[in-house]
Design a protein around this ligand. Structure first.
Ligand SMILES: [Zn+2]
Ligand SMILES: [Zn+2]
Length: 313
């Protein structure tokens, strides 16, 4: 049992899924080689590889059992289902299928909501889902592919800004959607969990105690303080009206552009040194900001890391 921050990829396919090329053994080996602490196996509408991958788990690698529920009106991830459990999307409305996964302790994630291909675009409401995959695969710069992740991030950020004061928001996560060798872990979600177990990792994701890294070499921490109180990513900071100082520490992003975002949009911008390591501070108050979240981009504009919000109350 390892407490602390764990790196993982919650959207992974073997060759059992259309377009996949890796065996379960190759997937587990690739996850270990990429330094991941956990992966979730999410084949298209099947649980056929649960047994094979489940047996490849170990102290160093947690395999969460899941499914990519591929429907004709969008895809979603059911994470933490039972061994062999299949969610049949044709069997009644989506909210009932979501409730079925949740009853078993699972997590339901909107997958690549703006994927530009038939059935890939998510047409269900985000309400009722636990998290949104705002970053799916490599952050591309060649149009139209880049539009996919930027649009997902914008939709998620707008939803967050609209609902956070009412306590309605859902965390962002990022996954590779790996089908091919070399894709695993790009990007990866770094989650704070009390232990490296399915229940603990899903609890961390559900609470938004997580951030997304474009690669294993990128490190980030972010905290906000008011008076003697402090809060981290996904947590609430009780400010009692006192000034709030937010501080982000980053490494692994040479000349990276760090921006802070609130319900009022982008509120602060700074640039990391050329060696890629630095910290950025910004002051605000609960009157001006309902939350603060951080994005780090490479100088090219490609995303390097992004956090879930710290919520100010
Ligand atoms: Zn999909
Ligand atoms: Zn997929």
């Amino acid at each position: 049992m390892v407490r602390g921050w764990h790196r993982g990829d919650c959207h992974v396919h073997s060759r059992r899924s259309h377009g996949g090329e890796l065996t379960p053994e190759q997937l587990a080996a690739a996850a270990r080689a990429a330094g991941l602490d956990f992966i979730a196996i999410t084949e298209h509408n099947t649980a056929d590889t649960h047994g094979a991958l489940g047996s490849l788990t170990g102290d160093d690698l947690l395999v969460i059992l899941g499914q990519e529920v591929v429907t004709d009106a969008g895809h979603w991830l059911a994470l933490g289902v039972g061994p062999g459990q299949v969610i049949d999307w044709r069997d009644g409305p989506v909210d009932r299928r979501v409730a079925e996964v949740r009853r078993g302790g699972g997590l339901c994630v909107v997958a690549h909501p703006f994927a530009p291909y038939p059935s890939g675009t998510f047409t269900y409401p985000f309400d009722g889902f636990d998290a949104v995959e705002v970053w799916n695969g490599r952050w591309r710069s060649d149009l139209p592919w880049n539009a996919d992740n930027e649009a997902a991030l914008a939709a998620w950020g707008g939803d967050l800004a609209a609902g956070v004061r009412q306590g309605r928001w859902r965390p962002a996560i990022g996954n590779s959607d790996a089908h091919l060798a070399g894709q695993l872990g790009t990007p990866q979600t770094v989650v704070r969990a009390a232990a490296r177990t399915t229940a603990a990792v899903l609890a961390g994701l559900r609470a938004g105690h997580c951030w997304i890294a474009g690669s294993a070499g990128i490190r980030l921490s972010c905290a906000a303080g008011a008076g003697a109180r402090a809060a981290g990513i996904g947590e609430h900071l009780r400010t009692d009206g006192e000034p709030v100082v937010v501080r982000a520490e980053i490494s692994g992003v040479p000349s990276g552009v760090v921006t802070f975002h609130t319900d009022r949009g982008r509120t602060h911008r700074d640039v990391l040194p050329r060696d890629g390591t630095g910290s950025v501070r910004w002051s605000t108050s609960v009157r001006d900001s309902a939350f603060v979240r951080v994005e780090v981009r490479h100088p090219t504009g490609h995303m390097a890391a992004l956090t879930n919000p710290i919520i100010l109350t």
